[in-house]
Design a binder for this molecule. Structure first.
Ligand code: PMP
Length: 303
Protein backbone atom coordinates (compact mmCIF):
# COMPACT_ATOMS: atom_id res chain seq x y z
CA UNK A 1 0.00 0.00 0.00
CA UNK A 2 1.33 3.41 -0.97
CA UNK A 3 -0.41 5.91 1.26
CA UNK A 4 -2.31 8.90 -0.03
CA UNK A 5 -1.96 12.40 1.34
CA UNK A 6 -5.51 13.23 2.51
CA UNK A 7 -8.34 11.32 4.17
CA UNK A 8 -11.89 12.62 4.16
CA UNK A 9 -13.32 12.19 7.64
CA UNK A 10 -16.79 13.44 8.62
CA UNK A 11 -16.77 16.23 6.07
CA UNK A 12 -13.17 17.39 6.39
CA UNK A 13 -10.05 16.52 4.43
CA UNK A 14 -7.40 15.64 7.02
CA UNK A 15 -3.74 14.89 6.51
CA UNK A 16 -3.28 11.13 6.17
CA UNK A 17 -1.35 10.83 9.43
CA UNK A 18 -3.89 12.88 11.36
CA UNK A 19 -6.98 10.76 10.56
CA UNK A 20 -7.31 9.02 13.94
CA UNK A 21 -10.16 7.42 15.87
CA UNK A 22 -10.57 6.81 19.59
CA UNK A 23 -9.69 3.34 20.97
CA UNK A 24 -13.23 3.08 22.31
CA UNK A 25 -14.75 3.51 18.86
CA UNK A 26 -17.85 1.31 19.00
CA UNK A 27 -17.36 -0.32 15.59
CA UNK A 28 -13.86 -1.43 16.50
CA UNK A 29 -15.20 -3.44 19.45
CA UNK A 30 -18.41 -4.85 18.04
CA UNK A 31 -17.70 -5.07 14.31
CA UNK A 32 -20.38 -2.66 13.16
CA UNK A 33 -19.10 -1.05 10.01
CA UNK A 34 -19.84 -1.15 6.28
CA UNK A 35 -17.45 -0.29 3.51
CA UNK A 36 -16.66 -0.39 -0.16
CA UNK A 37 -13.60 -1.06 -2.24
CA UNK A 38 -13.58 0.95 -5.45
CA UNK A 39 -10.87 1.52 -8.04
CA UNK A 40 -10.01 4.50 -10.17
CA UNK A 41 -7.86 4.22 -13.28
CA UNK A 42 -5.90 6.66 -15.38
CA UNK A 43 -7.50 7.09 -18.80
CA UNK A 44 -6.98 9.48 -21.71
CA UNK A 45 -10.01 11.49 -20.58
CA UNK A 46 -8.92 11.84 -16.96
CA UNK A 47 -9.14 9.70 -13.81
CA UNK A 48 -12.02 7.24 -14.18
CA UNK A 49 -13.78 5.78 -11.15
CA UNK A 50 -15.13 2.35 -12.10
CA UNK A 51 -18.84 1.73 -11.41
CA UNK A 52 -18.95 4.34 -8.64
CA UNK A 53 -22.73 4.34 -8.44
CA UNK A 54 -22.99 0.56 -8.15
CA UNK A 55 -20.50 0.63 -5.31
CA UNK A 56 -22.35 3.43 -3.56
CA UNK A 57 -25.71 1.68 -3.94
CA UNK A 58 -24.16 -1.35 -2.28
CA UNK A 59 -22.70 0.83 0.50
CA UNK A 60 -26.07 2.40 1.27
CA UNK A 61 -27.77 -1.01 1.15
CA UNK A 62 -25.17 -2.47 3.49
CA UNK A 63 -25.84 0.42 5.89
CA UNK A 64 -29.59 -0.14 5.63
CA UNK A 65 -29.23 -3.83 6.46
CA UNK A 66 -27.32 -2.85 9.62
CA UNK A 67 -29.79 -0.04 10.43
CA UNK A 68 -27.01 2.50 10.15
CA UNK A 69 -27.98 5.99 9.17
CA UNK A 70 -25.09 7.41 7.17
CA UNK A 71 -25.29 11.12 8.05
CA UNK A 72 -24.61 12.22 4.46
CA UNK A 73 -26.87 11.93 1.45
CA UNK A 74 -25.99 9.83 -1.56
CA UNK A 75 -24.93 12.84 -3.66
CA UNK A 76 -22.82 14.20 -0.80
CA UNK A 77 -20.95 10.89 -0.65
CA UNK A 78 -20.41 10.95 -4.44
CA UNK A 79 -18.98 14.48 -4.12
CA UNK A 80 -16.84 13.51 -1.13
CA UNK A 81 -15.32 10.59 -3.04
CA UNK A 82 -14.53 12.76 -6.05
CA UNK A 83 -13.07 15.45 -3.77
CA UNK A 84 -10.87 12.86 -2.01
CA UNK A 85 -9.62 11.34 -5.26
CA UNK A 86 -8.78 14.81 -6.57
CA UNK A 87 -7.07 15.84 -3.31
CA UNK A 88 -4.82 12.79 -3.43
CA UNK A 89 -3.82 13.25 -7.05
CA UNK A 90 -3.18 9.55 -7.66
CA UNK A 91 -4.27 8.55 -11.16
CA UNK A 92 -4.53 4.82 -10.34
CA UNK A 93 -5.92 4.32 -6.88
CA UNK A 94 -8.05 2.23 -4.58
CA UNK A 95 -10.85 4.08 -2.78
CA UNK A 96 -12.16 2.95 0.61
CA UNK A 97 -15.27 4.61 2.01
CA UNK A 98 -16.18 3.21 5.43
CA UNK A 99 -19.09 4.02 7.74
CA UNK A 100 -18.93 2.76 11.32
CA UNK A 101 -20.48 3.18 14.72
CA UNK A 102 -18.49 5.95 16.36
CA UNK A 103 -17.00 6.62 19.77
CA UNK A 104 -19.44 7.67 22.49
CA UNK A 105 -21.45 4.72 23.75
CA UNK A 106 -20.32 1.20 24.54
CA UNK A 107 -22.38 -2.00 24.62
CA UNK A 108 -23.61 -4.25 21.86
CA UNK A 109 -26.66 -2.15 20.93
CA UNK A 110 -25.41 0.23 18.22
CA UNK A 111 -28.70 2.04 17.62
CA UNK A 112 -27.78 5.18 19.54
CA UNK A 113 -24.20 5.51 18.32
CA UNK A 114 -23.30 8.25 15.91
CA UNK A 115 -22.14 7.02 12.50
CA UNK A 116 -18.79 8.26 11.23
CA UNK A 117 -17.84 8.22 7.57
CA UNK A 118 -14.29 8.18 6.27
CA UNK A 119 -12.91 7.95 2.74
CA UNK A 120 -9.30 6.96 2.16
CA UNK A 121 -7.43 6.59 -1.10
CA UNK A 122 -4.19 4.72 -1.69
CA UNK A 123 -2.21 3.10 -4.41
CA UNK A 124 -2.65 -0.65 -4.28
CA UNK A 125 -0.74 -2.82 -6.69
CA UNK A 126 -1.25 -6.55 -7.07
CA UNK A 127 -3.56 -7.71 -4.25
CA UNK A 128 -2.93 -11.46 -4.66
CA UNK A 129 0.05 -13.15 -6.29
CA UNK A 130 1.96 -11.54 -9.13
CA UNK A 131 0.79 -9.62 -12.18
CA UNK A 132 -0.24 -11.83 -15.11
CA UNK A 133 0.49 -15.01 -13.19
CA UNK A 134 -1.90 -17.69 -12.00
CA UNK A 135 -2.41 -18.28 -8.29
CA UNK A 136 -2.70 -21.39 -6.11
CA UNK A 137 -5.74 -21.80 -3.90
CA UNK A 138 -6.75 -23.90 -0.93
CA UNK A 139 -10.30 -24.96 -0.11
CA UNK A 140 -10.62 -23.53 3.35
CA UNK A 141 -11.65 -25.61 6.34
CA UNK A 142 -13.67 -22.53 7.38
CA UNK A 143 -17.15 -22.44 5.87
CA UNK A 144 -18.38 -19.12 4.47
CA UNK A 145 -20.64 -17.24 6.89
CA UNK A 146 -24.20 -18.40 6.51
CA UNK A 147 -27.11 -16.05 5.69
CA UNK A 148 -29.01 -17.63 8.58
CA UNK A 149 -26.46 -16.07 10.97
CA UNK A 150 -25.21 -12.91 9.25
CA UNK A 151 -26.41 -10.84 6.30
CA UNK A 152 -23.88 -11.85 3.65
CA UNK A 153 -24.95 -9.25 1.08
CA UNK A 154 -23.93 -6.43 3.41
CA UNK A 155 -20.28 -5.62 2.81
CA UNK A 156 -19.73 -5.40 6.54
CA UNK A 157 -16.46 -5.31 8.45
CA UNK A 158 -17.65 -8.22 10.63
CA UNK A 159 -17.76 -10.56 7.61
CA UNK A 160 -14.05 -10.15 7.14
CA UNK A 161 -13.19 -12.03 10.33
CA UNK A 162 -14.42 -15.14 8.48
CA UNK A 163 -12.48 -14.06 5.37
CA UNK A 164 -9.30 -13.40 7.36
CA UNK A 165 -9.41 -16.83 9.03
CA UNK A 166 -9.65 -18.48 5.61
CA UNK A 167 -6.96 -16.29 4.05
CA UNK A 168 -4.55 -16.89 6.96
CA UNK A 169 -5.10 -20.62 6.67
CA UNK A 170 -4.28 -20.49 2.95
CA UNK A 171 -1.17 -18.38 3.42
CA UNK A 172 0.14 -20.40 6.37
CA UNK A 173 -0.20 -23.50 4.20
CA UNK A 174 1.76 -21.94 1.35
CA UNK A 175 -1.18 -20.97 -0.91
CA UNK A 176 -2.12 -17.57 -2.30
CA UNK A 177 -5.83 -17.50 -1.53
CA UNK A 178 -8.66 -19.51 0.07
CA UNK A 179 -11.86 -20.60 -1.63
CA UNK A 180 -14.69 -21.10 0.81
CA UNK A 181 -17.59 -23.54 0.64
CA UNK A 182 -20.92 -22.74 2.22
CA UNK A 183 -22.58 -24.75 4.98
CA UNK A 184 -24.06 -27.08 2.31
CA UNK A 185 -20.66 -27.79 0.77
CA UNK A 186 -21.20 -25.66 -2.35
CA UNK A 187 -18.65 -23.10 -3.52
CA UNK A 188 -19.49 -19.67 -2.08
CA UNK A 189 -16.58 -17.34 -2.84
CA UNK A 190 -12.99 -16.69 -1.86
CA UNK A 191 -11.89 -14.45 0.99
CA UNK A 192 -12.53 -11.24 -0.99
CA UNK A 193 -13.41 -12.36 -4.53
CA UNK A 194 -16.10 -14.16 -6.48
CA UNK A 195 -15.30 -17.49 -8.13
CA UNK A 196 -15.80 -18.43 -11.78
CA UNK A 197 -15.10 -21.65 -13.65
CA UNK A 198 -15.01 -22.44 -17.36
CA UNK A 199 -16.10 -25.93 -18.35
CA UNK A 200 -16.54 -27.00 -21.97
CA UNK A 201 -16.42 -23.35 -23.04
CA UNK A 202 -19.20 -22.33 -20.66
CA UNK A 203 -18.67 -19.80 -17.90
CA UNK A 204 -20.19 -20.63 -14.51
CA UNK A 205 -20.37 -18.79 -11.21
CA UNK A 206 -22.31 -19.57 -8.02
CA UNK A 207 -25.55 -17.69 -7.29
CA UNK A 208 -25.52 -15.08 -4.55
CA UNK A 209 -27.82 -17.45 -2.63
CA UNK A 210 -24.81 -19.77 -2.28
CA UNK A 211 -23.28 -17.06 -0.06
CA UNK A 212 -21.41 -15.10 -2.73
CA UNK A 213 -21.32 -11.33 -2.41
CA UNK A 214 -23.01 -9.70 -5.37
CA UNK A 215 -19.66 -8.58 -6.74
CA UNK A 216 -19.49 -5.67 -9.13
CA UNK A 217 -16.58 -7.22 -11.03
CA UNK A 218 -18.62 -10.45 -11.23
CA UNK A 219 -21.53 -8.52 -12.73
CA UNK A 220 -19.18 -6.72 -15.13
CA UNK A 221 -17.79 -10.03 -16.37
CA UNK A 222 -21.24 -11.50 -16.88
CA UNK A 223 -22.19 -8.47 -18.97
CA UNK A 224 -18.94 -8.72 -20.94
CA UNK A 225 -19.60 -12.44 -21.51
CA UNK A 226 -23.07 -11.64 -22.90
CA UNK A 227 -21.59 -9.02 -25.22
CA UNK A 228 -18.90 -11.44 -26.45
CA UNK A 229 -21.40 -14.27 -26.91
CA UNK A 230 -19.77 -16.41 -24.22
CA UNK A 231 -22.43 -18.64 -22.73
CA UNK A 232 -22.73 -18.41 -18.97
CA UNK A 233 -24.71 -20.01 -16.19
CA UNK A 234 -25.27 -18.91 -12.59
CA UNK A 235 -25.33 -22.26 -10.90
CA UNK A 236 -24.15 -24.06 -7.79
CA UNK A 237 -20.58 -25.30 -8.13
CA UNK A 238 -19.17 -28.21 -6.17
CA UNK A 239 -15.63 -28.76 -5.00
CA UNK A 240 -15.09 -31.40 -7.68
CA UNK A 241 -16.40 -29.02 -10.36
CA UNK A 242 -13.49 -26.76 -9.38
CA UNK A 243 -10.91 -29.52 -9.63
CA UNK A 244 -12.11 -30.70 -13.04
CA UNK A 245 -12.79 -27.26 -14.59
CA UNK A 246 -10.82 -26.22 -17.67
CA UNK A 247 -10.27 -22.77 -16.17
CA UNK A 248 -10.89 -21.14 -12.79
CA UNK A 249 -10.53 -17.46 -11.95
CA UNK A 250 -11.44 -15.05 -9.18
CA UNK A 251 -12.89 -11.56 -9.56
CA UNK A 252 -12.81 -8.60 -7.22
CA UNK A 253 -12.09 -4.89 -7.22
CA UNK A 254 -8.82 -5.22 -5.35
CA UNK A 255 -7.66 -8.43 -7.06
CA UNK A 256 -9.01 -7.76 -10.55
CA UNK A 257 -9.34 -10.97 -12.59
CA UNK A 258 -7.05 -13.57 -11.07
CA UNK A 259 -6.46 -16.84 -12.88
CA UNK A 260 -6.26 -19.89 -10.60
CA UNK A 261 -3.89 -22.57 -11.85
CA UNK A 262 -3.91 -24.96 -8.90
CA UNK A 263 -6.41 -25.89 -6.17
CA UNK A 264 -5.54 -28.25 -3.31
CA UNK A 265 -2.54 -29.51 -5.32
CA UNK A 266 -4.67 -30.34 -8.37
CA UNK A 267 -3.52 -28.56 -11.52
CA UNK A 268 -6.41 -26.70 -13.18
CA UNK A 269 -6.67 -27.36 -16.91
CA UNK A 270 -3.15 -27.42 -18.30
CA UNK A 271 -1.80 -25.24 -15.48
CA UNK A 272 -1.66 -22.14 -17.71
CA UNK A 273 -3.93 -19.08 -17.81
CA UNK A 274 -6.95 -20.18 -19.88
CA UNK A 275 -8.14 -18.63 -23.14
CA UNK A 276 -11.54 -17.51 -21.84
CA UNK A 277 -9.91 -15.98 -18.74
CA UNK A 278 -7.41 -14.15 -20.97
CA UNK A 279 -10.10 -12.83 -23.30
CA UNK A 280 -12.34 -11.59 -20.47
CA UNK A 281 -9.41 -10.02 -18.65
CA UNK A 282 -8.20 -8.16 -21.71
CA UNK A 283 -11.67 -6.69 -22.38
CA UNK A 284 -12.06 -5.77 -18.71
CA UNK A 285 -8.66 -4.02 -18.77
CA UNK A 286 -9.69 -2.12 -21.90
CA UNK A 287 -12.96 -1.01 -20.28
CA UNK A 288 -11.41 0.28 -17.05
CA UNK A 289 -8.83 2.21 -19.08
CA UNK A 290 -11.58 3.90 -21.10
CA UNK A 291 -10.72 2.08 -24.32
CA UNK A 292 -14.09 0.45 -24.93
CA UNK A 293 -16.90 2.84 -25.78
CA UNK A 294 -19.63 0.24 -25.25
CA UNK A 295 -19.03 0.22 -21.50
CA UNK A 296 -18.11 3.88 -21.06
CA UNK A 297 -21.19 4.32 -18.90
CA UNK A 298 -19.36 2.45 -16.13
CA UNK A 299 -16.78 5.23 -15.78
CA UNK A 300 -17.13 8.41 -13.75
CA UNK A 301 -14.51 10.68 -15.25
CA UNK A 302 -12.80 13.23 -13.03
CA UNK A 303 -11.20 16.04 -14.95
N1 PMP B 1 -16.65 -11.35 -2.22
C1 PMP B 1 -16.15 -10.73 -1.15
C2 PMP B 1 -16.26 -11.38 0.18
C3 PMP B 1 -15.51 -9.49 -1.27
O1 PMP B 1 -14.99 -8.88 -0.22
C4 PMP B 1 -15.41 -8.89 -2.54
C5 PMP B 1 -14.73 -7.55 -2.69
N2 PMP B 1 -15.64 -6.51 -2.51
C6 PMP B 1 -15.95 -9.58 -3.64
C7 PMP B 1 -16.57 -10.80 -3.44
C8 PMP B 1 -15.89 -8.98 -5.02
O2 PMP B 1 -16.70 -7.85 -5.10
P1 PMP B 1 -16.38 -6.65 -6.08
O3 PMP B 1 -16.19 -7.24 -7.42
O4 PMP B 1 -17.59 -5.80 -6.00
O5 PMP B 1 -15.17 -5.99 -5.57
Amino acid sequence: MQKGSKIWYNGKLLDWDEAHIHVLTHGLHYGIGVFEGIRAYETEKGIAIFRLHDHLKRLFNSAKIYMMNIPYGYDEVVDAIIETVKANGMPDCYIRPIAFTAYGLMGVNPLKNKIDLAIAVWKWGEYIGEENKGIRCLISSWRRIDPRSMPVQAKATANYANSALARMEAIKNGYDEAIMLNIDGMVAESSAENVFIVSDGKLKTPPTTAGALSGITRDSLLQIASYKGIEYEIVNITRDDLYSADEVFLTGTAAGIKPVIEIDKRVIGDGEIGVVTKELKSIYDEIVRGKNSRFEKWLTIIK
